[in-house]
Design a protein. Structure first.
Length: 319
């Protein structure tokens, strides 16, 4: 309303708000509580999803977005430098033991770098990662199965089968020095027995001399986001000139997506009915919030319209 006596209008409005202060306070609290309701609902949903994903990651054995499988050093370097890859971690598996005390839950003997160790829940809580020679780090449950007390510097003897890219070959028994350990997670699919890079390279050289293939190196990656992981990884392969669907093509870099992420599960199970259900739920939530706040304002504004209508009826002019 464009009038000259704004001071009078302002005074009238403030007096009107004060006269209806109970109604206005109820409206403010109703809007605030409605906002809190929907904020809490979305927060709870996101928290439940985060807890569910963490549970899934523990079953998978790590929370990296995905893995580029069986890569050469040159391929690993190119992939790690790609703009879509925010961080990369290498892992070289040299053997496995699935007999005797490890018959129920196998143990994998491998070298992991710092990133891969972190993403695989294998960071020592006591001690450190293996750095050279016959140093080893493993979980407390694996140590217990081997009859070793978790103490830094303890001698750990492990027998395992050498595994190259294609086959499981001969058995090796070595004694290591324990330099780090952590509590075992009952949901983990394997026991991680982490060795130094020096030891892994030495065993690989011995295996190649006997006619075996080089050990398999996998590159775990964290991407720009956790959505459309499959598409992002395929795009990395495409940009670098690799394929991802062949076991024999030397120019193929196969990919594995971490199914622990909710987005990965939704993408693999995506269908029109599910999309319609999700869209309908979101629309219902938005529409419900709109109606609640709209009705609150409508009740408040209706009273003000009646008040100003009465003013006009008794002869009040814009001036």
């Amino acid at each position: 309303m464009n009038v000259k006596n704004r001071k009078c209008i302002r005074k009238l409005s403030l007096k009107s708000l004060y006269a209806n202060r109970r109604r206005n306070l109820i409206a403010i609290f109703a809007i605030a509580l409605t906002t809190l309701l929907f904020t809490s609902m979305f927060t709870i949903v996101l928290s439940l999803n985060a807890s569910y994903e963490t549970y899934q990651f523990r079953q998978v054995g790590g929370y990296a977005h995905g893995t580029f499988k069986d890569v050469s050093p040159e391929q690993a370097e190119r992939i790690a430098a790609h703009p879509k890859v925010k961080a990369a971690g290498a892992r070289k598996v040299i053997g496995i033991t699935a007999e005797g005390v490890f018959a129920k839950i196998p143990a994998e003997i491998s070298y992991m770098d710092a990133n891969c160790t972190k993403w695989s829940y294998a960071t020592p809580t006591t001690g450190r990662m293996p750095e050279s020679g016959k140093e080893v780090a493993m979980d407390t449950a694996a140590l217990q199965l081997l009859g070793v007390t978790p103490e830094l510097g303890a001698e750990v003897t492990v027998s395992y089968s050498i595994t190259d890219k294609d086959q499981t070959a001969f058995t090796v028994t070595d004694t290591f020095t324990l330099v780090g350990y952590w509590d075992y997670d009952e949901l983990m699919p394997v026991h991680y027995i982490n060795i130094s890079r020096d030891y892994a390279d030495d065993i690989e050289a011995q295996a190649v001399k006997t006619g075996l293939q080089p050990f398999r190196t996998d590159l775990n990656v964290m991407l720009a986001s956790g959505t459309n992981i499959q598409g992002q990884m395929e795009q990395v392969d495409t940009d670098l000139g690799y394929t991802w669907d062949s076991y024999t093509d030397p120019n193929s870099v196969r990919i594995g997506v971490n199914w622990g992420y909710t987005s990965s599960q939704l993408e693999s199970q995506l269908d029109p009915e599910l999309m319609i259900a999700i869209a309908a739920f979101l629309l219902l939530v938005i529409f419900t919030g709109y109606l609640i706040i709209y009705n609150i304002f409508q009740i408040s504004v209706a009273g003000d319209i009646r008040f100003y209508g009465l003013l006009k009826t008794i002869g009040t002019t814009p001036r």
